[in-house]
Structures are given as structure tokens and as C-alpha cells.
Ligand binder design. Structure first.
Ligand code: ZN
Length: 76
């Protein structure tokens, strides 16, 4: 993925999380109280669940070291 700011190639990595998928939640809303769940207003990032290797969810994320920005695609 090319950085939309500087057009350089971004570095692919991930954002680790625990028992809930990595998700974006609007200010004023709370995460679900349940594991494995997305909040009602939550927007899930593209998640993989790796219970043994990574100890939970991890979301795909692209990093640009020039612009100090991370872009994480969402599922829907
Ligand atoms: Zn950039």
C-alpha cells in the first residue's frame, strides 16, 4: 500500500489486541462488555484471531515512517 500523503510504500504490520477484535469506536461510546464482540457503534478493522501464537486478535495496519501515520483498513 502506498502512503496517501507521500506516495512511498508503507510497511505492513499489525496492531495486537486481546479478547476483542481491534475496532474503532466513536467518542462517547464504549466497547462491548463481551469478549469476541464488536461494540454496537464499533467499526471492526481487518482482524485475524490467533489464540495461541499471538494471544488474541490482531489487525492489519500499514505504517509510513516518513509521515508517522498508520492506516488500518476496516472490514466493512
Ligand atoms: Zn507517507
Amino acid at each position: 500500500m502506498k502512503c496517501p500523503y507521500c506516495q512511498e510504500e508503507m510497511q505492513l504490520g499489525y496492531i495486537p489486541n486481546g479478547g476483542q477484535p481491534v475496532q474503532w469506536i466513536p467518542n462517547g461510546e464504549r466497547p462491548s462488555v463481551l469478549s469476541f464482540s464488536i461494540a454496537e457503534q464499533g467499526v471492526p478493522l481487518i482482524n485475524q484471531f490467533k489464540p495461541f501464537k499471538a494471544n488474541g486478535y490482531k489487525a492489519e495496519a500499514h505504517y509510513c515512517s516518513n509521515c508517522k501515520v498508520i492506516i488500518a483498513p476496516t472490514k466493512n
